[in-house]
Design a protein around this ligand. Structure first.
Ligand code: C2E
Ligand code: MG
Ligand code: MG
Ligand code: MG
Length: 291
Protein backbone atom coordinates (compact mmCIF):
# COMPACT_ATOMS: atom_id res chain seq x y z
CA UNK A 1 0.00 0.00 0.00
CA UNK A 2 0.90 3.67 -0.23
CA UNK A 3 1.49 3.73 3.50
CA UNK A 4 4.10 0.99 3.24
CA UNK A 5 5.84 2.81 0.43
CA UNK A 6 5.91 5.97 2.55
CA UNK A 7 7.44 3.94 5.34
CA UNK A 8 10.09 2.53 3.04
CA UNK A 9 10.83 5.99 1.76
CA UNK A 10 11.29 7.25 5.29
CA UNK A 11 13.53 4.35 6.22
CA UNK A 12 15.59 5.01 3.10
CA UNK A 13 15.87 8.69 4.03
CA UNK A 14 16.75 7.73 7.59
CA UNK A 15 19.48 5.35 6.49
CA UNK A 16 21.02 7.96 4.16
CA UNK A 17 21.04 10.45 7.03
CA UNK A 18 22.51 7.91 9.40
CA UNK A 19 25.31 6.95 7.04
CA UNK A 20 26.17 10.63 6.47
CA UNK A 21 26.28 11.25 10.20
CA UNK A 22 28.29 8.09 10.80
CA UNK A 23 30.82 9.24 8.25
CA UNK A 24 31.06 12.66 9.86
CA UNK A 25 31.65 11.17 13.28
CA UNK A 26 34.20 8.74 11.86
CA UNK A 27 36.08 11.51 10.03
CA UNK A 28 36.04 13.69 13.12
CA UNK A 29 37.66 10.95 15.20
CA UNK A 30 40.18 10.20 12.48
CA UNK A 31 41.04 13.87 12.05
CA UNK A 32 41.73 14.06 15.77
CA UNK A 33 44.09 11.10 15.37
CA UNK A 34 45.68 12.65 12.28
CA UNK A 35 46.55 15.73 14.32
CA UNK A 36 48.44 13.56 16.77
CA UNK A 37 50.22 11.38 14.26
CA UNK A 38 52.72 12.50 11.71
CA UNK A 39 52.52 12.50 7.96
CA UNK A 40 48.76 12.48 7.34
CA UNK A 41 48.33 16.23 7.35
CA UNK A 42 50.42 18.35 5.04
CA UNK A 43 50.51 21.75 3.42
CA UNK A 44 50.62 22.41 -0.28
CA UNK A 45 51.51 25.85 -1.60
CA UNK A 46 50.21 27.70 -4.64
CA UNK A 47 52.07 30.73 -6.03
CA UNK A 48 50.55 34.18 -6.47
CA UNK A 49 51.79 36.23 -9.41
CA UNK A 50 51.85 39.99 -10.11
CA UNK A 51 49.87 40.31 -13.35
CA UNK A 52 51.90 43.30 -14.58
CA UNK A 53 55.36 41.73 -14.19
CA UNK A 54 55.04 37.99 -13.64
CA UNK A 55 56.86 38.34 -10.34
CA UNK A 56 55.97 35.67 -7.78
CA UNK A 57 54.72 37.73 -4.85
CA UNK A 58 53.66 35.01 -2.49
CA UNK A 59 52.15 31.61 -1.94
CA UNK A 60 48.90 30.41 -0.38
CA UNK A 61 49.12 27.50 2.06
CA UNK A 62 46.42 24.90 1.38
CA UNK A 63 45.79 22.07 3.79
CA UNK A 64 45.80 18.45 2.62
CA UNK A 65 44.81 15.33 4.51
CA UNK A 66 46.16 12.04 3.32
CA UNK A 67 43.63 9.69 4.87
CA UNK A 68 45.01 6.17 5.49
CA UNK A 69 42.09 4.42 3.73
CA UNK A 70 40.41 7.05 1.59
CA UNK A 71 43.47 8.74 0.10
CA UNK A 72 43.71 12.51 -0.34
CA UNK A 73 40.67 14.27 1.13
CA UNK A 74 39.67 17.80 0.13
CA UNK A 75 39.60 20.55 2.77
CA UNK A 76 36.14 21.36 1.44
CA UNK A 77 35.06 18.08 3.03
CA UNK A 78 36.91 18.14 6.35
CA UNK A 79 37.27 21.84 7.29
CA UNK A 80 33.51 22.13 7.99
CA UNK A 81 33.74 19.03 10.23
CA UNK A 82 36.66 20.60 12.07
CA UNK A 83 34.71 23.86 12.44
CA UNK A 84 31.62 22.16 13.85
CA UNK A 85 33.54 19.99 16.29
CA UNK A 86 35.90 22.63 17.63
CA UNK A 87 38.91 20.78 16.18
CA UNK A 88 39.50 23.80 13.92
CA UNK A 89 41.37 25.53 16.77
CA UNK A 90 44.03 22.85 16.97
CA UNK A 91 44.02 22.26 13.21
CA UNK A 92 44.24 26.00 12.49
CA UNK A 93 47.12 26.33 14.93
CA UNK A 94 48.92 23.43 13.21
CA UNK A 95 48.49 25.19 9.83
CA UNK A 96 49.86 28.47 11.19
CA UNK A 97 52.90 26.85 12.81
CA UNK A 98 53.72 24.76 9.72
CA UNK A 99 53.30 27.60 7.24
CA UNK A 100 55.40 30.01 9.33
CA UNK A 101 58.05 27.33 9.66
CA UNK A 102 58.10 26.98 5.86
CA UNK A 103 58.24 30.74 5.40
CA UNK A 104 61.28 30.89 7.67
CA UNK A 105 62.92 28.03 5.77
CA UNK A 106 62.51 29.95 2.51
CA UNK A 107 63.82 33.15 4.08
CA UNK A 108 66.91 31.24 5.18
CA UNK A 109 67.37 30.38 1.51
CA UNK A 110 67.01 34.04 0.58
CA UNK A 111 63.50 33.66 -0.77
CA UNK A 112 61.22 36.46 0.44
CA UNK A 113 57.60 35.93 -0.51
CA UNK A 114 54.35 36.51 1.30
CA UNK A 115 52.72 33.52 3.00
CA UNK A 116 48.91 33.57 2.79
CA UNK A 117 47.22 31.46 5.45
CA UNK A 118 43.51 30.60 5.40
CA UNK A 119 41.92 31.33 8.74
CA UNK A 120 38.48 30.18 9.82
CA UNK A 121 36.26 32.79 11.39
CA UNK A 122 35.99 30.39 14.35
CA UNK A 123 39.67 31.06 15.04
CA UNK A 124 38.97 34.80 15.11
CA UNK A 125 35.91 34.36 17.32
CA UNK A 126 38.00 32.56 19.91
CA UNK A 127 39.77 35.84 20.51
CA UNK A 128 43.41 34.83 20.98
CA UNK A 129 44.54 34.48 17.36
CA UNK A 130 46.43 37.77 17.27
CA UNK A 131 48.33 36.97 20.48
CA UNK A 132 49.17 33.48 19.28
CA UNK A 133 50.39 34.46 15.82
CA UNK A 134 52.25 37.50 17.13
CA UNK A 135 54.20 35.40 19.60
CA UNK A 136 54.97 32.83 16.88
CA UNK A 137 56.38 35.38 14.41
CA UNK A 138 58.46 36.89 17.22
CA UNK A 139 59.90 33.51 18.16
CA UNK A 140 60.65 32.73 14.54
CA UNK A 141 61.95 36.22 13.74
CA UNK A 142 59.54 36.74 10.86
CA UNK A 143 58.27 40.19 9.96
CA UNK A 144 54.44 40.23 10.12
CA UNK A 145 54.20 41.97 6.75
CA UNK A 146 55.21 38.67 5.14
CA UNK A 147 52.14 37.01 6.61
CA UNK A 148 48.72 37.41 5.05
CA UNK A 149 45.57 36.02 6.63
CA UNK A 150 42.67 35.11 4.34
CA UNK A 151 39.14 35.10 5.74
CA UNK A 152 36.06 34.18 3.70
CA UNK A 153 33.77 37.10 2.94
CA UNK A 154 30.45 35.52 3.96
CA UNK A 155 31.85 34.50 7.36
CA UNK A 156 33.29 37.96 8.00
CA UNK A 157 30.03 39.73 7.37
CA UNK A 158 27.99 37.32 9.50
CA UNK A 159 30.26 37.87 12.51
CA UNK A 160 31.41 41.43 11.92
CA UNK A 161 30.89 42.90 15.37
CA UNK A 162 32.47 40.01 17.18
CA UNK A 163 35.66 39.80 15.10
CA UNK A 164 36.32 43.49 14.44
CA UNK A 165 38.63 43.83 17.44
CA UNK A 166 40.77 40.81 16.42
CA UNK A 167 41.01 42.10 12.85
CA UNK A 168 42.12 45.52 14.02
CA UNK A 169 44.70 44.08 16.40
CA UNK A 170 46.13 41.90 13.63
CA UNK A 171 46.28 44.78 11.15
CA UNK A 172 47.91 47.02 13.75
CA UNK A 173 50.53 44.35 14.44
CA UNK A 174 51.47 44.50 10.75
CA UNK A 175 49.81 41.39 9.34
CA UNK A 176 48.08 41.80 6.04
CA UNK A 177 44.44 40.77 5.80
CA UNK A 178 42.63 39.49 2.73
CA UNK A 179 38.93 38.88 2.07
CA UNK A 180 38.67 35.48 0.41
CA UNK A 181 36.01 34.40 -2.11
CA UNK A 182 34.98 38.00 -2.57
CA UNK A 183 31.70 38.50 -4.41
CA UNK A 184 29.96 35.48 -2.91
CA UNK A 185 29.06 37.18 0.37
CA UNK A 186 27.15 40.37 0.99
CA UNK A 187 29.54 43.12 2.02
CA UNK A 188 28.21 46.59 2.45
CA UNK A 189 30.45 49.12 0.74
CA UNK A 190 30.66 51.34 3.80
CA UNK A 191 31.85 48.43 5.93
CA UNK A 192 34.24 47.29 3.27
CA UNK A 193 35.88 50.70 3.24
CA UNK A 194 36.25 50.77 7.02
CA UNK A 195 37.52 47.22 7.50
CA UNK A 196 41.27 46.74 7.90
CA UNK A 197 41.54 44.49 4.83
CA UNK A 198 44.31 45.27 2.37
CA UNK A 199 43.38 42.72 -0.27
CA UNK A 200 40.23 41.54 -2.07
CA UNK A 201 40.38 38.09 -3.54
CA UNK A 202 37.85 37.65 -6.36
CA UNK A 203 36.09 34.30 -6.16
CA UNK A 204 37.00 31.71 -8.75
CA UNK A 205 33.40 31.40 -9.99
CA UNK A 206 33.47 34.95 -11.44
CA UNK A 207 36.88 34.42 -13.00
CA UNK A 208 35.76 31.26 -14.78
CA UNK A 209 32.54 32.86 -16.03
CA UNK A 210 34.00 36.25 -16.98
CA UNK A 211 34.65 35.26 -20.59
CA UNK A 212 31.33 33.48 -21.02
CA UNK A 213 29.00 35.92 -19.29
CA UNK A 214 29.25 39.65 -19.89
CA UNK A 215 27.48 40.21 -16.55
CA UNK A 216 30.27 38.37 -14.74
CA UNK A 217 32.87 40.33 -16.67
CA UNK A 218 31.22 43.58 -15.58
CA UNK A 219 31.14 42.34 -12.00
CA UNK A 220 34.85 41.51 -12.06
CA UNK A 221 35.60 44.96 -13.51
CA UNK A 222 33.47 46.58 -10.79
CA UNK A 223 35.16 44.64 -7.97
CA UNK A 224 38.59 45.72 -9.26
CA UNK A 225 37.51 49.37 -9.48
CA UNK A 226 35.85 49.37 -6.06
CA UNK A 227 38.89 47.70 -4.52
CA UNK A 228 41.25 50.25 -6.04
CA UNK A 229 39.04 53.19 -5.05
CA UNK A 230 39.34 51.93 -1.46
CA UNK A 231 43.10 51.55 -1.77
CA UNK A 232 42.96 47.79 -1.70
CA UNK A 233 44.88 45.40 -3.86
CA UNK A 234 42.86 42.92 -5.94
CA UNK A 235 43.81 39.33 -6.67
CA UNK A 236 41.94 36.86 -8.89
CA UNK A 237 41.84 33.19 -7.91
CA UNK A 238 41.30 30.28 -10.26
CA UNK A 239 43.01 31.58 -13.42
CA UNK A 240 43.16 28.59 -15.77
CA UNK A 241 43.60 30.07 -19.23
CA UNK A 242 45.70 32.71 -20.93
CA UNK A 243 42.46 34.38 -22.09
CA UNK A 244 41.35 34.83 -18.48
CA UNK A 245 44.75 36.28 -17.63
CA UNK A 246 44.62 38.74 -20.55
CA UNK A 247 41.17 39.91 -19.52
CA UNK A 248 42.22 40.41 -15.88
CA UNK A 249 45.38 42.24 -16.97
CA UNK A 250 43.32 44.55 -19.18
CA UNK A 251 40.99 45.27 -16.23
CA UNK A 252 43.97 46.22 -14.05
CA UNK A 253 43.77 43.30 -11.61
CA UNK A 254 46.92 43.33 -9.47
CA UNK A 255 47.63 39.67 -8.90
CA UNK A 256 46.53 36.24 -10.05
CA UNK A 257 46.61 32.70 -8.85
CA UNK A 258 45.53 29.52 -10.59
CA UNK A 259 46.34 26.30 -12.40
CA UNK A 260 47.66 28.32 -15.37
CA UNK A 261 50.73 29.15 -13.27
CA UNK A 262 50.85 26.22 -10.89
CA UNK A 263 48.67 23.80 -9.00
CA UNK A 264 49.14 23.76 -5.24
CA UNK A 265 52.31 21.70 -4.63
CA UNK A 266 54.53 20.49 -1.80
CA UNK A 267 57.19 23.07 -0.88
CA UNK A 268 60.03 21.07 -2.40
CA UNK A 269 58.42 21.13 -5.83
CA UNK A 270 58.10 24.92 -5.76
CA UNK A 271 61.67 25.71 -4.84
CA UNK A 272 62.83 26.16 -8.44
CA UNK A 273 60.04 28.57 -9.28
CA UNK A 274 60.58 30.55 -6.07
CA UNK A 275 64.31 30.84 -6.71
CA UNK A 276 63.58 32.01 -10.22
CA UNK A 277 61.11 34.49 -8.71
CA UNK A 278 59.23 35.10 -11.91
CA UNK A 279 56.82 33.54 -14.39
CA UNK A 280 56.90 34.48 -18.07
CA UNK A 281 53.36 35.80 -18.63
CA UNK A 282 53.46 36.77 -22.27
CA UNK A 283 53.67 33.27 -23.60
CA UNK A 284 51.24 30.43 -23.20
CA UNK A 285 52.43 29.12 -19.85
CA UNK A 286 49.81 26.39 -19.73
CA UNK A 287 52.41 23.85 -20.80
CA UNK A 288 54.06 24.44 -17.39
CA UNK A 289 51.34 22.78 -15.55
CA UNK A 290 48.92 20.11 -16.51
CA UNK A 291 48.02 17.42 -14.06
P1 C2E B 1 40.31 28.98 -1.01
O1 C2E B 1 41.06 29.56 0.12
O2 C2E B 1 39.42 29.90 -1.78
O3 C2E B 1 41.41 28.31 -1.93
C1 C2E B 1 41.36 28.23 -3.32
C2 C2E B 1 40.96 26.86 -3.78
O4 C2E B 1 40.92 26.85 -5.21
C3 C2E B 1 41.96 25.75 -3.42
O5 C2E B 1 41.21 24.55 -3.23
C4 C2E B 1 42.81 25.64 -4.67
O6 C2E B 1 43.43 24.38 -4.81
C5 C2E B 1 41.78 25.86 -5.73
N1 C2E B 1 42.34 26.38 -6.98
C6 C2E B 1 43.41 27.17 -7.15
N2 C2E B 1 43.59 27.49 -8.44
C7 C2E B 1 42.61 26.87 -9.13
C8 C2E B 1 42.26 26.81 -10.51
O7 C2E B 1 42.89 27.41 -11.39
N3 C2E B 1 41.15 26.08 -10.84
C9 C2E B 1 40.42 25.41 -9.90
N4 C2E B 1 39.38 24.71 -10.31
N5 C2E B 1 40.73 25.45 -8.58
C10 C2E B 1 41.80 26.18 -8.20
P2 C2E B 1 41.48 23.60 -1.99
O8 C2E B 1 42.96 23.51 -1.74
O9 C2E B 1 40.72 22.35 -2.23
O10 C2E B 1 40.85 24.38 -0.78
C11 C2E B 1 39.48 24.61 -0.72
C12 C2E B 1 39.12 25.54 0.40
O11 C2E B 1 39.39 24.93 1.66
C13 C2E B 1 39.93 26.84 0.42
O12 C2E B 1 39.39 27.74 -0.52
C14 C2E B 1 39.77 27.26 1.86
O13 C2E B 1 38.53 27.92 2.04
C15 C2E B 1 39.73 25.93 2.59
N6 C2E B 1 41.06 25.66 3.16
C16 C2E B 1 42.15 25.11 2.59
N7 C2E B 1 43.19 25.06 3.47
C17 C2E B 1 42.73 25.60 4.63
C18 C2E B 1 43.31 25.85 5.92
O14 C2E B 1 44.49 25.60 6.18
N8 C2E B 1 42.51 26.42 6.87
C19 C2E B 1 41.19 26.75 6.61
N9 C2E B 1 40.46 27.30 7.61
N10 C2E B 1 40.63 26.55 5.41
C20 C2E B 1 41.38 25.98 4.43
MG1 MG C 1 42.15 31.17 0.42
MG1 MG D 1 39.60 31.81 -2.24
MG1 MG E 1 37.53 29.85 -3.08
Amino acid sequence: SAKDEGGNCFRFFQSVMTSKMTRRIKLEQELRQALNSSGQLMLFFQPKVALASGQVTGVEALLRWHHPEEGMLSPVEFIPIAEDSGLIQELGDWVIVQSLWQLREWQRQDIFVEMAINVSVKQLLRGNLSDRITSLVEQMEIEPRYVQLEVTESHIMDNMNRIMQQLQTLAKAGFSLAIDDFGTGHSSLARLRDLPFKVLKIDRSFVSNALKESKDQQLVAAIIDIGHSMNKSVIAEGIETIEQQLLLQSLGCDEGQGYLYSRPRPAKQLLGLLQQGKIELNVDVSANDRG
